[in-house]
Design a protein around this ligand. Structure first.
Ligand SMILES: *Cc1c(COP(=O)(O)O)cnc(C)c1O
Length: 386
């Protein structure tokens, strides 16, 4: 690589006086857990409103959000949950931790989101939930899934860990009539280092979730009443105060990332051998958690070397997710009664994408136009060399 100046991207996470004031506010409030404090309650209200949902529950992280949501949807031993094979492992692990079987299905080769026909094929009498993941902030086919759900009675749970503020057909995540979960882990689009949330379309499920996330205990209980099974998944006041500040910045950051991705994806599409993640035109607001592209036909080994070259040239680049069924963890508990080869054969797109996909951290898309051009040039050179 020549001696070009490496492009400079904003750091992540971003913070300013709003987070500082929030943390002091939580500190001086004197109550540092949600019981009696104001920060978690306020954050839940604001986050629900922002996503067009009636009810939100803040929790410790996005993995727990999935576990809690699935438990509230009656997932447990003897049930199955259909998940995309190309996702972060929590999507399947959450189901497996509850004693259910996680059934991976293939994804679309263009959007990397769950293939609705493949999900339909995987439904059995034991299937309780289909879990679309809005990959990189690009929403899955929520129309196809809504129809499948109506036809079969199988519930939909949106794993929206990448999709804060995303929209489908003008509808926000909380307006699509399903339970949805979010993550506020350090790299996510809003963060307090760790944290999560669940949106509920109805009050009763929200109330049960509250009990389950607090050891089964009613809000103002002083007599150790534990009404239903649960765990402690409560978010603390400090984290909520930071998340309130982060939420206030979300829309402006989405707008900027959207503008930058329009440019960067156009530049990437012009590079020989590179195909940027495609967008379903019905997904009308992508939150842009990752800037993803494929180098179709490249081997996994060469892709990994390519990522190394991109990092060397100053890009925050990473290899795409490994197919969940190609991890040891997946087969330890709650795997389907199928061989790895049989699953891989059902998931040709996942096989290809997990070998040839590269992603850039979303802070790339918070930089200027010049950085988009520099990024595309670096990628063009590295791909040509690969
Ligand atoms: C980050 C992530 C999660 C888990 O969130 P944590 O807060 O890290 O537990 C779940 N699903 C997907 C798709 C994710 O990217």
């Amino acid at each position: 690589m020549n001696a070009r100046q490496a492009p400079v991207f904003p750091q992540w996470p971003h913070y300013d006086e709003a987070e500082r004031e929030g943390l002091i506010r939580a500190l001086e409030q004197g109550l540092w857990w949600r019981m009696g404090g104001d920060e978690v309650n306020s954050f839940e209200r604001e986050f629900a409103e922002h996503h067009g949902a009636e009810h939100a529950l803040a929790v410790t992280n996005g993995t727990h959000a999935l576990e809690l949501a699935l438990q509230c949807m009656d997932v447990g031993p003897g049930t199955e949950v259909i998940v995309p094979a190309f996702t972060f492992i929590s999507s399947s692990q959450a189901a497996q931790r509850l004693g259910a079987v996680a059934v991976p299905v293939d994804v679309d080769p263009d959007t990397y989101c769950i293939d609705v026909a493949a999900a339909a094929d995987a439904i059995t009498p034991r299937t309780k939930v289909i879990m679309p993941v809005h990959m990189a902030g690009l929403m899955a086919d929520m129309d196809g899934l809504a129809k499948l759900s109506a036809d079969t009675g199988v519930q939909i749970l949106q794993d929206a860990a990448h999709a804060h503020g995303a929209q489908w057909q003008g509808k926000r995540v909380g307006e699509l009539g399903t339970v949805a979960t979010f993550s506020f882990q350090n790299g996510k689009l809003m963060t307090a280092g760790e944290g999560g949330a669940v949106l509920f379309p109805e009050k009763e499920m929200h109330e049960r979730a509250f009990l389950r996330h607090s050891c089964g205990r009613p809000k103002n209980d002083t007599r150790y009443l534990h009404l239903i099974a649960g765990s402690n998944m409560r978010l603390n006041e400090f984290s909520a105060s930071v998340l309130r500040a982060q939420l206030s910045r979300l829309d402006a950051q989405i707008a900027l990332r959207d503008e930058r991705w329009a440019l960067l994806s156009r530049l990437l599409a012009g590079i020989d051998g590179v195909v940027p993640q495609g967008d379903d035109p019905r997904a009308d607001r992508n939150s842009h958690y990752m800037a993803m592209f494929r180098v179709p036909g490249i081997t996994e080994e060469r892709r990994n070397a390519l990522v190394g070259r991109l990092v060397e040239a100053g890009l925050p680049a990473f290899a795409g997710f490994r197919a969940i069924y190609r991890t040891d963890a997946f087969w330890e508990i709650g795997a389907p009664d199928e061989s790895l080869d049989a699953v891989a054969k059902r998931c040709p797109n996942t096989e290809a994408i997990s070998a040839d996909c590269v992603w850039l951290h979303h802070r790339t898309l918070l930089a200027g136009e010049a950085e988009m051009h520099a990024t595309a040039e670096i990628i063009a050179e590295a791909v040509a060399a690969a």
